[in-house]
Write a protein that binds this ligand. Structure first.
Ligand code: PAF
Length: 297
């Protein structure tokens, strides 16, 4: 049965159309829009180094039976000067195969020059929402994200775009950009996909040695401990997470915050309801982030 399903998948999926330039992208999309008039365009923006978390986003995109588009672009403007732009994993062949396996219709993989041209002067600001948490520690990061996502949206004109909930602040910032610019695009956040040991999937996990990966598991454990402490209130939730992380002294915790899911403002001490617990930590050279919803009170 499994063989039959695999065979069906292999024979029914067509290789995606690949666009390296904006003109190629527009031509592929125009053709598909003519062939499949009225079909929704569903978009998954990525920086490549695709893993099963991305696979889940692509599967989801294909389920809309529309025109599915994925972008693969390592966006330089969202990396700080001392971050991992140069060594960010690039795995083009495997990425294209994954897109083909998941039935993606168009893969847009532009060069930096295609995206930014010569010395662009205008950029978008992610505003105060982009200046907190990740933004406070990675200045300019979310300005780079909203700028590239707005440009990609303008090139692809999707009806819907799908992002991983692992990057919760990124989702919040993009939702706010879409609202403020009144873009007619539905933003869908897809639940975090975890490896069997509980670690949230991330392209940066390849930086972890075996020992560092063991240390990193304190993060999902902290989320579970926090969830279990939910009924005891805000302070107990934060302590449960912090204590679990403290058990791994080699890990450098960057923040542990319990925030309102929409505004990402810290919740007050007497808060009752659903709050988002956000964790960031350095394990070796890898910056890892994770989050989960906690029902408090
Ligand atoms: O989440 C990512 O991979 C990137 O931040 C995104 C949204 C593709 C923008 O470069």
């Amino acid at each position: 049965m499994q063989f039959l399903m695999l065979w069906h998948r292999m024979t029914s999926q067509q290789a995606p159309l690949v666009a390296r330039t904006v003109a190629e992208l527009k031509s592929h999309l125009d053709q598909l829009r003519i062939k499949r008039a009225g079909a929704p365009v569903v978009f998954v923006p990525t920086m490549g180094a695709l893993h099963d978390g991305h696979r889940a986003l692509m599967t989801r995109a294909s389920q809309y039976n529309g025109i599915s588009v994925a972008s693969i672009f390592v966006n330089p403007t969202q990396f700080g000067p001392n971050e991992d732009l140069a060594k960010y994993p690039r795995t083009w062949e495997a990425d294209l195969q994954l897109c083909a396996d998941e039935g993606i219709n168009v893969v847009f993989a532009p060069t930096v020059d295609q995206m930014y041209g010569d010395n662009p002067e205008s950029t978008l600001s992610a505003g105060p929402l982009g200046a907190r948490l990740e933004g406070a520690q990675r200045p300019g990061h979310f300005d780079g994200v909203v700028t590239v996502v707005a440009k990609l949206f303008d090139m692809v004109h999707p009806d819907r775009a799908i992002f991983g909930q692992k990057d919760a602040q990124q989702v919040a910032v993009i939702r706010s950009m879409v609202r403020d610019l009144e873009l007619p695009i539905e933003i869908e956040a897809f639940p975090t996909v975890r490896d069997s040991d509980g670690l949230a999937m991330s392209s940066r996990n390849v930086y972890l040695s075996h020992t560092e990966r063991e240390q990193a598991l304190a993060i999902p454990r902290a989320l579970v401990a926090a969830d279990q402490a939910g009924s005891e209130g805000v302070q107990a939730v934060l302590e449960a997470a912090t204590n679990e992380l403290a058990g791994e002294p080699e890990m450098h915790v960057r923040y542990v915050e319990l925030v309102r899911p929409d505004t990402l403002e810290p919740v007050p001490a007497n808060f009752h309801g659903d709050a988002l617990l956000l964790i960031a930590a350095m394990v070796g050279t890898a910056r890892l982030i994770d989050n989960s919803m906690v029902t408090v009170g």
